[in-house]
Design a protein around this ligand. Structure first.
Ligand code: ATP
Ligand code: MG
Length: 234
């Protein structure tokens, strides 16, 4: 049985795909060497396309497979999630940032994927109006969690901060809001944040940042975040 992991938020551009790659790259290579698979469920195929481009640029072998899937492919009993679940240590699902405006959230594609997920990580990012959308999404996630409870595999939900800068008022407000949120709902929050670093903008589908340059600030930030992440999903 694998661990099925998703970075999701109804907001676009909060780092869902970036964090998926950061985690998948590190987990699939030394010293972790896990078998990893990424389901690219985004119609824009951002990760699948990136993998193709990366293979042209870097002289590296693919540390894991990326495959684009529709919901139908995902639910296919022979080749979809049931098969992946038995074949890999970790399966990541990368979902689009845009929702279908014509559908209520509980009928959105993301909700279908959430039925299978073991660990949902929700990126919280600083900035006005970010929190409201994230809260709407969190409510749906909590609903799916309660529907799945006691049916064998639980949906574990964690929030974490991405794109943190430390200096701005937005960052300060975000931390205050998260603190307040934690007194109201029972959701785990990661202690380690991912800062806004150029390193993360250069995330690709091949190279692990884990201990790549242990003295560099950004790499240290990643390592601390990743070690906590890895402890959660173990
Ligand atoms: N911690 C970070 N530091 C710096 N840049 C970041 C960080 N996280 C994400 N980014 C950048 O922010 C942009 C959006 O990130 P990404 O594409 O991962 O978000 P997403 O949530 O997957 O977006 P979409 O909703 O379009 O799928 C990208 O340019 C990415 O490189
Ligand atoms: Mg994305």
């Amino acid at each position: 049985m694998s661990k099925i992991i998703i970075f999701a938020n109804q907001k676009g551009g909060v780092g869902k795909s970036t964090c998926t790659l950061l985690a998948a790259n590190a987990l699939s290579q030394a010293p972790f060497d896990k078998s990893v698979f990424i389901v690219d469920a985004d119609k824009q195929r951002s990760i699948a396309r990136k993998r193709m481009a990366d293979l042209q640029v870097y002289d590296e072998e693919s540390p894991y497979q990326v495959q684009q899937m529709t919901v139908k492919d995902f639910l296919n009993e022979k080749t979809g999630i049931y098969k992946l679940d038995s074949d890999y240590d970790y399966v990541f699902i990368d979902v689009p940032g845009k929702l279908d405006n014509n559908l209520p959230i509980d009928q959105q594609e993301i909700t279908k994927y959430l039925q299978f997920v073991d660990y949902l990580f929700i990126p919280f990012v600083p900035g006005a109006f970010q929190m409201d959308a994230t809260m709407d999404f969190l409510k749906i996630a909590m609903k799916v969690k309660s529907q799945r409870k006691g049916k064998g595999r639980d949906l574990n939900i964690y929030g974490f901060v991405n794109l943190f800068e430390q200096r701005t008022l937005d960052d300060k407000f975000l931390l205050e809001e998260i603190e307040e949120l934690q007194t109201m709902i029972n959701v785990g929050f990661m202690e380690n944040k991912l800062n806004r670093y150029a390193l993360y903008r250069n995330t690709n589908t091949l190279i692990s940042f884990y201990e790549r340059d242990p003295k560099a600030k950004a790499e240290k930030n990643f390592k601390n975040w990743f070690l906590e992440f890895n402890k959660i999903i173990k």
